[in-house]
Ligand binder design. Structure first.
Ligand code: SAH
Ligand code: SF4
Length: 353
């Protein structure tokens, strides 16, 4: 039973190899992969396949057999009052629970996906960080969140498509980089969900080796780096892993990434009153980013139970300084703040109840 693997973990070439090893031809691999990843079929027995493929499925997929599907069960859903943000709490096969958020904004729909159960990075203001780390997600568990969001969108808005994805849910994507990159390969494959790589963003707390790998591989995805501090002490107080990958090393790595890939980097900055919202900090940030093609995204702090800080009320001055220094600088839309709040907060509330 422990050897059961998920068909959702497989890219198309991998699935084709698995079937070929059992003598099933490429054409059938294509119909199975299309059913799983394009049509998001969750019960293979409801679907009609040609006999050779059906025989393979009957023999290999299901309880007590070597292969299974990933079909997380929705245990809760919360909608914002405007109905545009929907937060799903999904239960995985081992009973662990993760969050996935579907956001609609000006006719565009984005899914915010989790990469881990919990997070090991321990950022002090983050509900997920406050939970600690439980485990990594497999590629199939990451892709299954997108299938879930697509089904939900199809029910509510049959004419709309999910075209954007952000790895900004629970967990640190670059701490689980192999599974995340595999999942994104599956999700961006035109034969499946087909969300274009340029519509996918990976957000990292600053795992330097992960950013180096993205640069070396010329990763086609957008990169967002959560900075939150413009000096080592300021950042380390909020983001403990800054001790492992210090700010100067992180910025040097971002510089290299930008030069190598030619891509803009999005820097995220959670604004916390009295901690990282002063004009001097904004000026230091502008100096730090000089020469990088950077966009700064300001996020007002969502209060969490485990952290006493407050949202800043000087954000606009902070923004003005960055704009004057020539950096695009925007506030993250706080869609659904009335119900959903920050990533990890619904699960935290559920665990506590
Ligand atoms: N682990 C990744 C991605 C998930 S968090 C990362 O840290 O980048 C996505 C963004 O939400 C990060 O920029 C994070 O710092 C921010 N965030 C987390 N908790 C928050 C909170 N309570 N208020 C505001 N922003 C928060
Ligand atoms: Fe993990 Fe990101 Fe939360 Fe930090 S902000 S604890 S890296 S999920």
């Amino acid at each position: 039973m422990t050897d059961t693997r998920s068909l959702h973990d497989l890219s198309f070439p991998e699935l084709a190899d698995v079937l070929a090893a059992d003598g099933v031809i490429h054409h059938h691999a294509r119909s199975l992969w299309t059913a799983l990843q394009r049509h998001g079929v969750s019960h293979l027995h409801d679907h009609h396949f040609l006999p050779p493929l059906q025989r393979w499925i009957d023999k290999h997929v299901g309880p007590g057999r070597p292969w299974k599907l990933d079909q997380p069960e929705q245990v809760d859903e919360i909608r914002s009052t405007d109905g545009l943000t929907r937060k799903f709490l999904l239960k995985l096969d081992d009973g662990q629970v993760i969050e996935t958020v579907l956001m609609g904004y000006q006719g565009r729909h984005t899914v915010c996906v989790s990469s881990q159960v919990g997070c090991a990075m321990g950022c002090v203001f983050c509900a997920t960080g406050q939970m600690g780390f439980t485990r990594h997600l497999r590629p199939g568990e990451i892709a299954a969140q997108v299938h879930h969001a697509r089904r939900a969108l199809k029910q509510s808005h049959p004419d709309r498509h999910l075209r954007n994805l952000v790895m900004m849910g629970m967990g640190e994507p670059l701490h689980n980089i192999d599974s995340v990159l595999k999942a994104l390969e599956i999700i961006s494959d035109d034969r499946g969900i087909g969300i274009g790589p340029s519509k996918i963003a990976i957000s990292t707390v600053g795992v330097v080796p992960g950013i180096q790998r993205l640069a070396a591989e010329n990763s086609p995805y957008r990169l967002a780096v959560s900075l939150h501090g413009s000096r080592e002490e300021e950042r380390a107080a909020l983001v403990p892993v800054s001790k492992r990958w210090p700010l100067d090393e992180l910025i040097a790595t971002c510089r290299h990434y930008g030069a190598k890939t030619g891509k803009r980097i999005f820097f995220e900055w959670t604004l916390i009153a009295g901690e990282n919202d002063s004009p001097e900090t904004a000026r230091r940030l502008a100096a730090l980013l000089a020469g990088i093609d950077a966009h700064v995204n300001l996020i007002p702090l969502n209060p969490t139970n485990g952290y006493a800080g407050n949202a800043s009320d000087t954000g606009h001055e902070f923004q003005r300084i960055l704009l004057d220094a020539g950096f695009p600088c925007t506030f993250r839309q706080r869609r659904g703040i009335d119900v959903a709040a920050g990533c990890g907060m619904l699960k935290a509330a559920n665990d506590a109840s």
